[in-house]
Design a protein around this ligand. Structure first.
Ligand code: URP
Ligand code: ZN
Ligand code: ZN
Length: 684
């Protein structure tokens, strides 16, 4: 082979293609080796049932009402009970779906390939797949086929400031799906003094029966005691929680003092959890509010005046500093201002492990609305931290998302109707805080990010789903289009447009902060766990179809960095008996993606590891139908096979070109250790 041919071949392979005879064939998708290297039992841990789950489910089943179908679709394929076998003839073709001719986008590559889905799982990818008769076929020519969005930040039916958010778990997840989001992460927020476990139970019982798509939970730590510390451990160990949010604002309601933050961060670090902060200086806000009200400033503009950018900036800086003292990774929720985003980036440059989450509101609109003549319009935009009046903020934050300085996008969806906002008619500090965004986040990021030319579709996927899945340790089950991943998919038509309006949105709320915004790109099909829930633009969400997704502790994409820093610090001397803190090694801006792009490991349908000298010896069992996702815990939640269990080997049809029964097809590859060490300890 000439060197020219060689480089063409390499380029083609990098492009996701194996140059072959005749027609180009897509290469099987490769996934981050590190995921398996760090957490070889990753999929075991991601079973749908944590230790306490089964008892909970059984109790719920006993009290369960029949599921309600929202629209026309029949529900016979939905099992109400994990232990109930479905009759053979109800295992209908709607469980089998082929998405053809689309461009599949992951955070590290785009390839033209078809995607075959069975029983809620991506079963096969490639061209010219042979599929069972009766499978539904969606033609995605000219469309992007992307992981469904993961909204990292919602507050469905949250009771706050004397009002209850009107988007409940049903309406809110229905709106999410309409916009191309297939998973939300909501916050359990206990009152000061309330048991975290009891609050968690409350949230689970509100959400489990209503959610139309999958969901996970973060838990807020709003007070501190030994009991809270013990409950944090239990939440991690038995209840599928790996992230805790601390408020630096809402003084006397949710706010923690610095010394408490220090202890909570330390506890997060011990547990392998992600610490999150609402970063605003609550004491300064309280003082400013008092002065403004005394001076007669009572309108919505007072809200923004009481909490200017530096109030957010200072809190991000302080949180990163405190987290650095105890070497705890930190995730800053709702980054609303340029200077707060700069603080995230600066912390990373200093070697602190900090992630930043702008939201649809900070990316898609600006604070000019808070001065609107119409009180309702102005109050409709009140949230904390405020949407900034600097109209270039959105673009700035989007550029930081594009560069990797910021990482995920949420919506902070927390919606209040006009009558609820009116609680603060005479006092801005009583206006319930919160705006919409769960439905429009994907459109806003596409419009302001991709359509405007700041990011490509791969980066769109990174910031709307993959990075969230990595940080919260549910990747590659979520945030990824690969064999074995959940079939949470959006088929996105970039050539269509829509105009956002409260008149047409699917929220319960009577207002939309993005009113009138024209968005290029429309979710034409949204597939939730294999079920078509937006069908050629028609919403067919199903009440209660979603499941709770546990988030296991020690996410490798977060805690490997911590480990690397620990190693690095070991080399540094104690000074005057004080251990070294922080780390001079900057956190690279693309570490989230490089972890997959640089990987050499093929996703395996059945992997096992053997240590072999200085190399990892990965054994692939090609052609078997058992996927890494098909843990026993999955079985209860999807339509069952005719044998009554979710065993993919029971499929009546083989789509593999190889004989699934033939163990002689086991292939093995050798993977060189990546630079910097053994693959079992590093994902670089
Ligand atoms: O204004 C907001 N952000 N409301 C929801 C609660 C919170 O602080 O995230
Ligand atoms: Zn907050
Ligand atoms: Zn929030």
């Amino acid at each position: 082979m000439s060197s020219d041919q060689g480089s063409q071949r390499r380029a083609a392979e990098e492009d996701g293609w194996i140059p072959g005879l005749g027609e180009r064939q897509p290469k099987p998708r490769q996934l981050g080796k590190a995921l398996f290297a760090h957490t070889p039992d990753a999929f075991e841990e991601k079973g749908l049932e944590m230790p306490s789950e089964r008892a909970r489910k059984q109790a719920q089943m006993a009290a369960a009402e029949p599921r309600t179908e929202v629209q026309e679709e029949p529900i016979e394929a939905l099992s109400a009970s994990e232990d109930q076998a479905l009759p053979i003839d109800s295992e209908s073709a709607q469980n089998r779906l082929l998405i053809k001719n689309g461009k599949v986008v992951n955070d590290d590559e785009m390839i033209d390939t078809d995607v075959y889905i069975e029983d809620g799982i991506i079963k096969e990818m490639g061209r010219n797949l042979t599929i069972p008769g009766g499978s539904r076929i969606i033609d995605a020519r000219g469309r992007y086929v992307m992981p469904g969005g993961i909204d990292t930040h919602t507050h469905m039916e949250l009771e706050m400031m004397g009002a209850k958010a009107v988007d409940d778990f049903y309406q809110g997840t229905k709106a999410a799906i309409a916009g191309g989001t297939t998973m939300i992460m909501d916050f359990v927020i206990p009152a000061k003094g309330e048991s975290l476990l009891e609050a968690y139970d409350k949230w689970r019982s509100l959400a489990d029966e209503k959610v139309c798509c999958d969901y996970a939970l973060h838990v807020a730590v709003t007070w501190w005691s030994d009991k809270v510390k013990e409950e944090m451990a239990l939440l991690c160990k038995e209840n599928g929680i790996n992230s805790f949010k601390m408020f630096m604002a809402y003084k006397d309601v949710f706010m923690l003092e610095d010394s408490e933050l220090y202890e909570v961060f330390e506890t997060c670090r011990e547990l392998g959890a992600v610490a999150q902060v609402h970063a605003e200086n609550g004491s300064v806000i309280a003082e400013n509010t008092r002065k403004l009200l005394a001076a007669g400033v009572t309108g919505p503009e007072g809200h923004a005046l009481s909490r200017p950018e530096e109030v957010e900036e200072e809190a991000v800086h302080r949180a990163a500093m405190i987290a650095g003292q105890v070497k705890c990774p930190l995730y800053v929720v709702h980054v609303m201002s340029k200077s707060a985003a700069d603080e995230v980036a600066n912390a990373r440059k200093k070697g602190l492990i900090v992630f930043g989450e702008p939201i649809a509101a900070s990316l898609g609109t600006d604070g000019s609305h808070i001065k609107h003549d119409c009180w309702r319009h102005a109050a409709g935009h009140i949230m904390s931290p405020p949407i900034r009046s600097d109209s270039t903020t959105g673009q700035y934050l989007m550029e930081m998302l594009a560069s990797g300085a910021l990482h995920t996008t949420g919506s902070d969806n927390c919606t209040f109707n006009e009558s609820q906002k009116a609680l603060g008619k005479d006092d801005f500090s009583k206006i319930p805080n919160g705006v919409n965004g769960v439905e429009d986040r994907m459109s806003v990021v596409w419009e302001k990010g991709v359509h405007s030319g700041l990011m490509d579709p791969k980066r769109f996927v990174a910031v709307t789903s993959s990075n969230a899945a990595k940080i919260f340790n549910i990747y590659p089950r979520k945030g990824c289009i690969a064999v074995g991943s959940d079939a949470d998919i959006v088929v996105w038509d970039p050539s269509k447009t829509r105009v956002i309006s409260a008149k047409t949105h699917h929220h319960a709320v009577d207002f939309n902060i993005f009113e009138g915004m024209e968005c290029h790109g429309v979710p034409e099909y949204v597939i939730v766990n294999g079920r078509v829930c937006v069908d050629e633009g028609d919403l067919k969400a199903v009440h209660g179809f979603g499941r709770f997704v546990p988030t296991p502790v020690n996410p490798p994409f977060v805690y490997q960095l911590v480990k690397d820093r620990d190693e690095n610090l070991k080399e540094k001397p104690y000074v005057d008996g004080i251990p070294p803190s922080g780390n001079a090694m900057p956190v690279s801006e693309d570490h989230m993606v490089s972890a997959t792009a640089h990987s050499l490991h093929k996703i395996s349908l059945n992997t096992s590891h053997e240590q072999n000298g200085s190399e990892d010896h990965i054994v692939l069992a090609a052609g078997t139908h058992e996927t890494p996702c098909s843990t026993p815990g999955d079985a209860h939640s999807r339509p069952l096979t005719k044998a009554g269990s979710r065993n993919l080997q029971d499929t009546t049809f083989s789509i593999s070109s190889e004989n699934p029964e033939d163990s002689t097809h086991r292939a093995s590859i050798r993977v060189k250790n990546p630079p910097g060490g053994k693959s079992s300890g590093s994902f670089w």
